[in-house]
Write a protein that binds this ligand. Structure first.
Ligand SMILES: [Zn+2]
Length: 657
């Protein structure tokens, strides 16, 4: 496959068969010129939409009844003339036309209800990948590949439910595979089999016809996605912060995807809310923030849109996209082939097979937020990841230790790795005992006081007020073994708040020391007895983050970037041949509407002192890119200390040999 482009559009065209005059105003020259003028170099165009309508000459599917031209062919030809890449879009599990024609192809839940919305609601019905519908999708794919010069296939809505499909085909399939339709575990196993079978079939088909084109199955981005990697050419992280994904989704998944050795892009959209929010535009600052976050993390950019049924692109939308993509184009030379430089690996709780999570696990998100807000360089890892490239690993809250993980951690620690574990992390799979002797702690049991308090000792008290602090999520009782240092202790309230006894409005005040450690250290291993990561995600108490920061200072004194920046500023470090590039991002989402975070303004930061660890080399020049604005710098031990006079939203501090 050729390299992915940096400035992409994902163009939807889900158009009801009741709407007339489809594509009547489509002007191929104007279409391609609008894209070109606005710095777009790749556009995913539709072959078949969620309504099941095709926009090309099809013998297999149903062409939209009010479309009188071959839109796909015209779009591809016009874009190719301007050197714009065009993958084709095929909707998979949503196909309204076929859901109506073949109700027996629809997904069925365990109570016999068909997948998707009810008969009196507007919305999509869901098809089962295990039905003959898969043959239909394969034939459409073959038709598009053989008859059109598309540069790739984007399969959308490729999924199967965790709790199983109960259509006749799926039930029979499970019987034949000796999987129990009444077992949750087997249903999940079957889901993976169905998905893998479908992806493998379609990927092999594409390969057999056009091995050079890109293939992606949307819906496959999840922690532990190794099984799907061989059947896709690259990764697309669909993440519309305003469309339900939120502003934590992209920074989390991009830090996972970049460990998988595939090219990847981030995908947002130009809408104010979610897909097809017609008559709206995303604020310019928000679009910048989302695209520049992609660059800052080594991703390429994609912005979603939907064309009007008559076939015209919205000029205002493309002007807005064009302004942001002009800036992306200027920044690209510092982003091509740039690789992230990281020190910390966070082992995701969601990578454990027994954990089922929709979105991001609270402990994973808490860890990510703490590290993002303290400007640490980190990746999100699954259990299959290679740990050897990291200086420090975090096992948040509930990573149980199988014999295989124990072996990996032993190797990691022997090679000089450092480890932070919290709460149930470190326990065996039965959750009965700690299995890593390196922790130097003995497991006693769960603490009966919920919530309880903790008091830190002086050596980890930087910026933490001297008082017992509330731990809303409680802790485990542990005993330090001889030679294990206690860095913080658990404190108890007078009693738990119950109907039998309570005091005042909220938790009961602190009474006494519990004689159990809240934080221990043995050599390069630190253990925190409370689920501090989940607690930070749920309660946002700054002391939890300051505590982690102080602990990381002990284990990781040579933090890659040391800077006195606000917690709203994100920092990533990338390496590109002889350049080290520090991305600084400063945009502030604000919850102004229920369920919706708004970014409206770019608030500049001034006179930022940023020290970058370079170790044994010193740069010949330091500047802000693009524009090559010189930056004052001086060596300070193993660091280069730089003074950035002003940051407007996003800046790249470049240290060049
Ligand atoms: Zn089924």
């Amino acid at each position: 496959m050729k390299k992915l482009r940096f400035r992409q559009i994902h163009l939807d065209f889900h158009t009801s068969e009741l709407i007339e005059g489809i594509g009547v105003e489509f002007d191929p020259g104007d279409f391609a010129r609008t894209l070109k003028k606005n710095h777009i170099d790749s556009i995913t165009c539709f072959a078949k939409c969620h309504h099941g309508m095709s926009y090309y000459q099809t013998k297999v599917g149903i062409k939209h009844p009010y479309l009188k031209r071959d839109l796909l062919k015209e779009m591809i030809a016009a874009c190719h003339a301007e050197d714009i890449r065009v993958p084709a879009y095929i909707s998979v599990c949503f196909d309204e036309y076929m859901a109506g024609e073949h109700p027996e192809w629809r997904r069925v839940d365990s109570e016999g209800k068909m997948g998707g919305v009810g008969p009196l609601q507007a919305g999509w019905h869901i098809l089962c990948l295990n039905s003959d519908y898969a043959d239909y999708v394969a034939q459409q794919t073959e038709e598009v590949l053989r008859n059109y010069e598309s540069d790739g296939i984007f399969f959308d809505i490729v999924g199967h439910p965790d709790d199983g499909c109960f259509c006749r085909r799926c039930v029979r399939d499970r019987d034949e595979l000796h999987l129990d339709s009444e077992s949750k575990e087997d249903l999940k196993k079957h889901k993976e089999i169905v998905l893998q079978r479908f992806r493998n079939r379609l990927y092999s088909l594409v390969q057999s016809i056009k091995p050079e084109v890109s293939v992606f199955f949307n819906g496959s981005i999840q922690i532990g996605m190794h099984d799907s990697l061989r059947d896709l050419t690259h990764l697309e992280i669909e993440s519309l912060p305003s469309g339900g994904w939120g502003y934590s989704h992209f920074p989390f998944f991009v830090r996972y995807c970049r460990t998988l050795n595939k090219e990847f892009l981030g995908m947002t959209a130009r809408f104010h809310k979610s897909w097809a929010d017609f008559g709206s535009l995303k604020n310019k600052a928000a679009l910048e923030y989302e695209c520049f976050s992609m660059l800052a993390n080594g991703a390429k950019c994609s912005i979603g849109d939907q064309m009007h049924p008559r076939g015209r692109l919205n000029k205002s939308a493309y002007e807005r996209i064009g302004k942001v993509y002009k800036s992306v184009a200027e920044k690209e030379p510092w982003c091509v082939e740039a690789k992230p430089v990281t020190q910390i690996g966070v082992v995701s709780v969601a990578s454990q097979k027994h954990v089922s999570v929709d979105g991001i696990h609270a402990s994973d998100e808490g860890a990510m937020r703490m590290l993002l807000e303290t400007h640490h360089q980190f990746d999100i890892l699954d259990l299959e990841a290679d740990f050897s490239g990291y200086e420090l690993l975090i096992l948040p809250d509930s990573i149980s230790i199988s014999p295989a993980i124990r072996k990996k951690l032993n190797t990691f620690l022997k090679a000089g790795g450092r480890l932070v574990l919290s709460y149930e992390s470190g326990l065996n799979q039965e959750r009965e005992d700690f299995v890593l002797p390196e922790m130097g702690t003995e497991y006693i049991g769960r603490d009966e006081y919920l919530p309880n308090y903790f008091q830190v000792k002086e050596m980890i008290s930087d910026r933490i007020p001297d008082m017992p602090h509330i731990m809303y999520e409680g802790s485990l009782k542990i005993k330090p073994l001889e030679g294990t240092e206690v860095l913080a202790t658990v404190m108890y309230p007078y009693f738990n708040r119950t109907y039998k006894h309570f005091s005042s409005h909220f938790q009961t005040p602190v009474e006494k020391s519990a004689k159990f450690p809240a934080v221990t250290r043995r050599g390069e291993v630190i253990y925190i007895s409370s689920p501090i990561f989940r607690a930070y995600k749920l309660h946002g108490y700054i002391v939890y983050r300051q505590l982690l920061e102080n602990l990381l200072d002990l284990l990781l004194p040579k933090k890659l970037v040391k800077a006195d920046l606000p917690s709203t500023c994100q920092v990533t470090v990338m390496q590109q041949k002889d350049r080290r590039i520090v991305h600084l991002l400063h945009y502030i989402p604000e919850r102004r509407v229920d369920g919706l975070d708004i970014v409206e303004d770019t608030i500049p930061l001034y006179n930022l002192r940023v020290s970058v660890h370079t170790g044994d080399w010193s740069p010949a020049k330091v500047y802000l890119a693009p524009g090559a604005i010189p930056v004052e710098f001086e060596p300070e031990g193993e660091y280069i200390s730089c003074l950035i006079p002003r940051l407007d939203g996003h800046g790249m501090l470049v240290l060049e040999r």
